[in-house]
Write a protein that binds this ligand. Sequence first.
Ligand code: COA
Ligand code: NAP
Length: 264
Amino acid sequence: MQEFAGKHLFVAGGSSGINLGIATAFAQSGARVSILSRNPDNIEAAVQQLRAAGAAAVSGFAADVRQYDAVAAALAQAAAAHGAIDVLVSGAAGNFLAAAANLSANGFRTVMEIDLQGTFNVLRAAWPHLRKPGAAVLNISAAQSWLPMPMQVHVCAAKAGIDQITRTTALEWGPSGVRVNSIAPGPIAGTEGMARLAPHAASLQAWTEAVPLQRLGTLQDIAQAAMWLCSSQASYINGVVLPVDGGLALGGSSAITAAMRPPA
Ligand code: COA
Ligand code: NAP
């Protein structure tokens, strides 16, 4: 989208997967792109990809979203280098499969701190640097925020909390001309998240069948929705959690769908 040429996009968790897909789409539109994640090698590889995609400028910051001061320092440096933030994406997350009865307290806390506290840290630290009026904030949620899933108590709790951060900040920041929305991706092919959720071919097949459109999503599916939601075309949309998931959020499990099929 032409409107993002020269605009400043900051993506927390932007060095791989879905978030890098979003950053790449903005880079192709000529945005100035800042990304933050922990691993310097991941950051360097992503910076190269974003430059090659056509970003007007790229900066990478190594920080853990659990460390507020480090996040705040990165956001301040990014704003000093590229100006006020026009689009902020908060998508850093961690996931693994663990049954509630076996998950350690530290395992639960770890995901809550990366996903939920991390999202608060990113939004709170970004606030002084957001363009007012005009900035768009995008949090990355998941179907787990309203569909309970076995082995996902930590993610379900964290993503549900993120949705309430989205709604609350949309209320508080709307008067300053800052919109806050969220995308809840469905199962996206080729991502670390799906590798962890569906480690076997059979579970990947079951995930595919749980989507009414009967396919996994792509990085482009999410990037295009993200760009639209942050654009002037969506200028009256504030505080929504938008499923981009082929209908997974409708919650019809593949077992029920199969049970309701007429006999052959
Ligand atoms: N099953 C159960 N518990 C697990 C686990 C698993 N597969 N993986 C980690 N944990 C627990 C650890 O045992 C530890 O708890 P303990 O001290 O009681 O043993 C706790 O979680 C923290 O683990 P640690 O490895 O120290 O965390 P970390 O901060 O280094 O890494 C993770 C965070 C675990 C989420 C790591 O997988 C990660 O960095 N993920 C990012 C990438 C990702 O998940 N992408 C998908 C996004 S949807
Ligand atoms: P991914 O490739 O593992 O992306 C996670 C990103 O976050 C990486 O850049 C990672 O880089 C960074 N990160 C992780 N922990 C961090 C921390 N503590 N501090 C700073 N950065 C951190 O995963 P993905 O599958 O694309 O998922 C991206 C987002 O989409 C997540 O919010 C996830 O919950 C959501 N989602 C994914 C799917 C899916 O199908 N994949 C479905 C629904 C929702 P470093 O390792 O360098 O820190």
